[in-house]
Design a protein around this ligand. Sequence first.
Ligand code: WQD
Length: 337
Amino acid sequence: MILLTGATGYIGSHTWLALDAAAMPVVGIDDFSNSSPEVLRRLAALGADVSRFAQVDVTDRAALAEVFERWPIEAVVHFAAKKAVGESVARPLLYYANNVGGTIALAETMRAHGCRRIVFSSTATVYGQPRSLPVREDAALEPSSPYASTKLMSENILRDVERSDPAWRIALLRYFNPVGAHPSGTIGEDPRGTPNNLMPFVAQVAVGKRARLQVFGSDYETADGSGVRDYLHVQDLAEGHVAALKHLLGGGDSLTLNLGTGQGVSVLELVRAFERASGRPVPYEIAPRRPGDVAAYYADPALAERLLGWKARLGLDAMCADSWRWQAANPDGYAGS
Ligand code: WQD
């Protein structure tokens, strides 16, 4: 069975569905600190087997041990982490305790139960301000926030564990910008409070929850002056995890991979695409640059394609259409149900 930590979160829930579709049985754990039990009902309504779930804090070693004693876990996908860059600057100890502490507690429990296959949810912001584009996996690692540092530390911990015991196989997946939702419109991204990220904010403007978008800077060295990112459909991202698990369970070597489309999209391009997809206006105003933002970054996705045969299939229009379907059907996210 495949253990998903953070299983009812945004990426976790979409990966649960993808694993179920691939006939890979899932055990889910989550502490619901940034997700809702309603997600389990939505996954079940989509036909997923949610019979194996436990509410667990990933830093709780005793609770983790119970999960491994209760179900035969052959591999783990570790999503559970706090991921708000701004919050990590204000509360670094919370991020180190939860994100790094959680990885240590999980790896110790895995080792104690003879489970040595892990896919780790990492982030492209371990590269900080990339010196060249597109970003390859051998780019300089210069995390620019405590959040990014916790992810790089977790990567290093897992790499050191493998060095200490070559029986381990680890896949470190560095996500660029996950967006979108399952095409059913019944699961999706449900940020608490004011969204930090662009796509959920745009969706909330389109659905009328927010008056307008603030575009953080229009004087970047990019085609239209607004920030450029590599947006990746969460369905493609979920498939990337299935491919990584099959690789590790099939005896494949450890991997460090960028998961992105390789295409850069600007803020203004995404706004226009969302207006087309939703048929709604997305009013915006130009605001000052957001501290810490870079002008542009997007992935070189060649290694993931070469080693896993994985390539993003869905484009910006699908990302916006699926995001809109979720937002329009769930204006208050899961809270509304
Ligand atoms: C995208 C673009 C903004 C909001 C972050 C984290 C990263 C990862 C993904 C966890 C930028 C602009 C945004 C808004 C705007 N998270 N923007 N108005 O900053 O690339 O990456 O999320 O792993 O760790 O750093 O994503 O969606 O915040 O911003 O103009 O209200 O949209 O300036 O150019 P980012 P984002």
